[in-house]
Ligand binder design. Structure first.
Ligand code: SAH
Length: 464
């Protein structure tokens, strides 16, 4: 972010603009929404500017800018549509101490003006740092359509009512109250009774909510998918949107955590493979404690919570504490990884079953039905299999598996640094060690990428 969005206090302060043509008009239409004192300097102002001056909406000075004109101004716009004149007036404004914007000249401007959706006092500012004005316009149009026109009135009246709502417990109860007000009962009251209907609607809604306030929190055990936020389910997004507390594991990416409600408390309960940063019991206690405090807890787990996710222990802890828990499934790493290599987990005529296995469990390297896994055509997705690769390779070869069996490792599935390594069981080690994997990785036994040549090549490049 090269530009940091802030809302500047301009009430009663000066904003000065040099220019009288179309660019000046466009900017004036925006800044006239404020309560600032506006001064326009123009030799030849457009008729609109003259009529705004006559109506007392701004002060018009009919001449080119001179030193001192931007004295005490907080903001200054150079909108002459003439590079030389804009540079001249910008230099004067700098010297006068104002922050300067030169219209259509991002590089020489100290601030830029966003696209605005105005539901004063609710104002949405949209900026793309000059990169995509079309996008800004599309987002603006979308928001204009989505936000009720009455939102500004509702916000103003709602503000006077904030203290009354203190009777509701903090967190989801209060949030639900305001959501009900802004998006349902408030707009309905305005539609039926105009502005006068808003306060009675607030009072009725509060009475209803106070009556049903003694409700406890609940827990959503949510699958975050393999990393790409676009692979979240809509249910998962809604849960993140509503959460009071988010407790996430180590593999959940920051892009996904960004989607949590801004006020949500975010807790990292990350565990490294083998050793534990936070014990499972401590995590269980944390989840239950926050739910009993009346919060909506989102327990966010990489992939699908039902796959190597220690879900049952958390469900049991909730049940024991009498806390309601709901599972929201996610895309497990194996599903996303096969999508990447263009293969199916099961395939008619090749394998009618697929195993999801773990390289290690709480006791160390995990044992499996090696005999069955060693048979030709078997497919297994091996989770947490980096450290145990040599062990798995040895066991399979010992039970008669063909060393030429394809093996594919996909690291950082669905993330920007995703990497695919195609090898064979015989070569699994040392290939894996040589690949120096840094991120989470999934190993497929019995699957080669559909386009194996391409992936083999990629790896050769990565290995040098
Ligand atoms: N519940 C998760 C799995 C948790 S176990 C799921 O359904 O995907 C952790 C293991 O999952 C990691 O060691 C790795 O083998 C695999 N994994 C999780 N996310 C991954 C990703 N983005 N890329 C590759 N492997 C991943």
């Amino acid at each position: 972010m090269d530009h940091f969005p802030v809302f500047m206090a301009v009430a009663g302060r000066r904003i000065v603009l040099s220019g009288g043509g179309d660019a000046a008009l466009a900017k004036l239409r925006l800044i006239m929404k404020t309560t600032a004192h506006i001064t326009v300097l123009a030799d030849d102002p457009a008729p609109e500017i003259e009529s705004w001056a006559n109506a007392g909406k701004l002060t018009l000075i009919r001449r080119a800018m001179e030193p001192g004109d931007a004295m005490c101004a907080v903001l200054f716009y150079a909108a002459n549509e003439d590079d030389a004149e804009d540079a001249r007036v910008a230099a004067i404004a700098h010297a006068d101490g104002a922050k300067v914007n030169i219209v259509d000249n991002l590089g020489d401007s100290q601030f830029i003006t966003p696209a605005i959706v105005d539901r004063d006092p609710v104002v949405v500012a949209i900026g793309t740092e000059g990169a995509a004005p079309v996008l800004a316009r599309a987002i603006k149009a979308d928001l204009e359509a989505k936000l009720p026109a009455s939102l500004g009135i509702l916000a103003r009246i709602g503000k006077t009512f904030r203290h009354a709502v203190d009777v509701l417990p903090m967190g989801s109860k209060r949030r639900e109250f305001w959501q009900g007000f802004y998006f349902k009962s408030g707009p309905e009251a305005i539609e039926q009774h105009g502005e006068a209907g808003v306060l009675p609607a607030l009072e009725t809604l509060l009475d209803q909510r106070v009556a049903s306030a003694q409700v406890q929190g609940h827990v959503d055990l949510v699958g975050a998918g393999p990393g790409d936020p676009d692979l979240l389910t809509i249910k998962a997004r809604k849960a993140l949107d509503a959460a009071d507390v988010v407790i996430h594991d180590r593999l959940v990416t920051s892009d996904i955590l960004e989607l949590a409600r801004r006020e949500a408390v975010i807790i990292d309960a990350g565990k490294e493979g083998f050793g534990a940063a936070m014990s499972q019991e401590a995590i269980n206690d944390l989840i239950v404690k926050h739910a009993l405090d009346g919060h909506h807890v989102v327990r966010l787990k990489a992939g699908d919570p039902t796959v190597f996710g220690r879900l049952d222990e958390e469900l049991d802890a909730c049940a024991e504490a009498g806390v309601e828990a709901r599972i929201i499934p996610g895309i497990t790493a194996a599903s996303a990884a096969v999508a990447n290599i263009g293969q199916s987990l099961t395939k008619r005529g090749r394998n009618s079953a697929v195993r999801l296995i773990t390289g290690h469990d709480t006791k160390g390297y995990a044992d499996h039905d090696w005999q069955a896994l060693a048979r030709p055509g078997e497919v297994a997705a091996i989770y947490m299999g980096k450290k145990s690769a040599r062990f798995i390779q040895g066991r399979l070869l010992m039970h008669g598996a063909d060393p030429a069996t394809p093996v594919t490792i996909v690291e950082n599935v669905s993330r920007v640094d995703q990497r695919t390594i195609a090898t064979t069981l015989g070569e699994l080690e040392p290939t894996l060690t040589r690949a120096k994997l840094a991120g989470p990785a999934l190993t497929f036994l019995g699957l080669a990428p559909r386009d194996a040549a391409q992936h083999a090549l990629q790896f050769e490049e990565a290995a040098v």
